[in-house]
Write a protein that binds this ligand. Structure first.
Ligand code: FIX
Ligand code: ZN
Length: 401
């Protein structure tokens, strides 16, 4: 059925709301992975985005804050950011969106009574996957962290929902120690890293490998023979390399995980990489607003480069509105518009709801414009486009069904 200007908005909204999502990058784990699976109101409040906001808005000292137990940390964040101040930031607003979705009223309730009510309503990852409409997601799995990697020695979790990726940052952060770990795990002492990755590949069946880089570390990838071997190996496995560009770790060491910031990146080097390894596929996201235009231009030039998501400091409504339109203007719908980066399962609810709220009016503008130009838009076209944007583009790039 061909849609009209009058009914397209509602149809589009229904389709966006009902289309299952494939989440390309998260830090989530299945419930069976104890110590790594995070759920619930306290974990939600102890998110490092909110910790950074707390430590900069108040005089609370970082080491004192981190010495508290989880409940004390969470109640402090609630008190300082939601009671003493007005919770308007994106990270605060995310917590409120989840409470609203769960029909939990705040008015004058104590922190502990909200916690109780919350815990009664959300008990498993299944609740969250249903509420957020996420059908499968990619974890971040570090093959050099043997405790975390022990997940792949077990089989009692849903491998169709939780897909693996190989996070290779340790090879850059501490090469010697990482090589030692890989040597201990492989009998073949030649080409140790690739041999170890081969072993990890058969254990975990990953959908991509990933690394976060900045200007200083990017050259290593281009120049180092081990990285050339890794890229050749990735090509042989048809695995994309996900490049998360422009992070500077520990800008404020005292803040721990909340202390990372923005570093520089030279996207001319990304272009060199795409040219030097034309048969490798690269998924790319950039942390700085400054790099977004050049990155979008490069995505028009290199078929082996696919932009994904609004990463971390980019994931702010004001920025998304602007950059999403720029991406569509230059690439049509041929990119992967969002990933959640969720660390606590419950965050899937707000990260995706917030994104959909932005996506709907922006897409509507483009469809209205097409209708004005007498280009017929049917429900099938809308469904095809939304399938691609929320899951198909990512899955096709990864070569999974
Ligand atoms: O490197 C990454 O994958 C980042 O997303 C994280 O390290 C970061 O801490 C984060 O959670 C951002 O959303
Ligand atoms: Zn991440």
């Amino acid at each position: 059925m061909i849609l009209s200007s009058d009914n397209i908005s509602k149809k589009l909204l229904n389709i966006i709301d009902s289309t299952p999502i494939f989440d390309l990058h998260t830090h989530l784990f299945p419930p069976k992975h104890e110590g790594y699976f995070l759920l619930g109101f306290k974990n939600l409040l102890n998110y490092h985005y909110l910790i950074a906001e707390l430590l900069t808005a108040t005089n609370i000292d970082a080491s004192t804050f981190y010495s508290f137990n989880d409940e004390k940390k969470a109640s402090l964040i609630w008190n300082e950011l939601f009671e003493k101040r007005t919770p308007v930031s994106e990270a605060c607003s995310g917590v409120l969106s989840i409470l609203k979705e769960l029909n939990i009223e705040i008015n004058n309730k104590s922190f502990l009574s909200i916690c109780d009510e919350y815990d009664r309503k959300i008990q498993s990852d299944k609740n969250i996957l249903d509420l957020s409409n996420v059908s499968s997601l990619v974890m971040t799995n570090n093959p050099f962290d043997l405790d975390e990697w022990s997940l792949f020695n077990t089989n009692d979790w849903d491998k169709k929902i939780y897909l693996a990726s190989l996070r290779l940052d340790d090879l850059i952060l501490d090469y010697d120690e990482t090589l030692k770990k890989a040597k201990d795990q492989t009998s073949n002492q030649e080409n140790t890293i690739v041999n170890y990755l081969e072993k990890c590949y058969s254990q975990s069946n990953p959908v991509y490998a990933a690394i976060s880089l900045n200007l200083e570390t990017f050259n290593t990838i281009l120049e180092d023979s081990m990285w050339r071997d890794i890229l050749v190996w990735l090509e042989s496995k048809k695995l994309p390399l996900s490049l998360m560009l422009g992070v500077k770790r520990a800008v404020n060491k005292d803040f721990g995980l909340a202390g990372d910031g923005i570093g520089e990146i030279n996207l001319k080097e990304l272009s060199n990489l795409c040219n030097s390894f034309p048969k490798n596929k690269f998924l790319v996201t950039c942390l700085s607003l400054n790099d977004q235009h050049e990155l979008t231009v490069l995505a028009r030039k290199h078929p082996n480069l696919r932009i994904f998501g609004f990463w971390w400091f980019m994931n702010q409504p004001t920025i998304i509105k602007q950059i999403l339109k720029m991406r569509i203007d230059m690439l049509g719908f041929s990119f992967i518009p969002q990933h959640s980066d969720a660390r606590v399962s419950d965050q899937l609810i707000y990260k995706w709801n917030h994104f959909k709220k932005i996506l709907h009016p922006i897409l509507l503008e483009y469809y209205q414009d097409l209708l004005d130009k007498n280009f017929p838009i049917s429900e099938n076209i809308l469904q095809r486009d939304i399938n691609n944007l929320l899951s198909g583009n990512a899955k096709n790039y990864l070569g999974i069904t």
